[in-house]
Design a protein around this ligand. Structure first.
Ligand code: C5P
Length: 305
């Protein structure tokens, strides 16, 4: 029996503005996502029972059970299509760091949805797919869309952003992950400690103009992440990583999303290779990778195996 494979990119938040905690437990966001060239490949095939296998980067840390976001993606498609039989084998080949702030779990959910829909020949309209995706997690719609986009509400409402040219990154993957809810909670705690009234997050217009210009030197000083102080509070060693990236020649460095992966913007592809080589030698990280973006969102590729 054949299968279907989807390839899905990781994301970096070039800007992540976080508003106050809402009654539904989420925060209002104003964020600029950029899809980058680290990918998870998700294969779905017919099988005797629901089974998940994960290979590649940090695969041991991914739950291989129905709580896995990929399994939830498959079940969402089955439910939509009115299928009672959902026995499939899901294989995830991971490049995206686990619990790294690069939406790896969301990528797996997006990939599983596309692959399951192909396997079962379910005709999913783009809008339906995006709605189902938003139900699985705030970052899942962007994993489908890819490119560069402005995200609002929980991050699931998307508008494409014009980004001219490519940006070159070095991604430094930390030795231990961070839980996204824990980082948001830490941000709330830090803000409460300062007695801050938190305003609604503003649209980062200056950054969007810089992205449209294609000038990396204009983009670099505008990278911003409201979650960064919370991630640094939970993993103080990340300060050293951020400093090391700058010293190695990156134009700017930020914590990616809820972290702890750090993203360093470099002047060009050669500079990224040089910065990556320098950072690899320091032993501050589990892995150092180069990546470029924007790249397209989730898409079907010839089936694995
Ligand atoms: O939507 P998702 O399941 O990916 O979100 C994981 C967690 O991250 C949420 O339960 C919440 O704690 C936090 N979150 C948030 N505000 C957002 C998105 C996520 O507080 N806009």
């Amino acid at each position: 029996m054949g299968g279907a494979t989807a390839r899905v990119p990781a994301k970096i938040n070039l800007h992540l503005g976080v508003g106050p905690l809402r009654e539904d437990g989420y925060h209002e966001l104003s964020t600029v996502f950029c899809a980058v060239s680290l990918y998870d490949d998700v294969t779905v095939r017919a099988a005797d029972e629901l089974a998940i296998t994960v290979t590649g980067e940090s695969s041991g840390e991914v739950p291989a059970d129905p709580t896995n976001l990929a399994a939830r993606g498959v079940l969402a498609v089955a439910e939509y299509a009115g299928r009672s039989e959902t026995n499939v084998a899901i294989e995830i080949a991971k490049q995206i760091p686990v619990a790294g702030g690069m939406a790896g779990g969301s990528a797996d959910a997006a990939g599983a949805m596309l692959a399951a829909a192909r396997l079962w020949r379910v005709d999913l309209e783009r809008e339906t797919l995006m709605d189902l995706a938003a139900g699985l997690g705030s970052d899942v719609p962007f994993a489908l869309l890819g490119g560069a986009a402005l995200g609002t509400n929980r991050g699931e409402k998307l508008l494409p952003v014009l980004q001219r040219g490519e940006l070159y990154w070095v991604m430094v993957v930390a030795k231990t992950g961070l839980s996204t809810p824990a980082v948001y909670h830490e941000l709330d705690r830090l803000r409460a400690g300062r007695g801050e009234t938190v305003p609604a997050p503003e649209r980062p217009d200056e950054l969007m103009v810089a992205l449209a210009s294609g000038d990396v030197h204009a983009v670099a000083p505008l990278l911003h992440n409201d979650l960064q102080p919370a991630a640094l509070s939970l993993q103080p060693l990340l300060r050293r990583t951020l400093r090391a990236g700058k010293e190695a020649g990156a134009l700017a460095g930020i914590v990616s999303g809820s972290g702890p992966t750090c993203a360093f913007l470099c002047a060009d592809a050669d500079a990224a290779i040089a910065v990556a080589a320098e950072l690899s030698g320091l032993g501050v990280a589990k892995a150092v990778r180069t990546a470029r973006g924007p790249v397209p969102g989730a898409r079907l590729i010839p089936a694995h195996g």
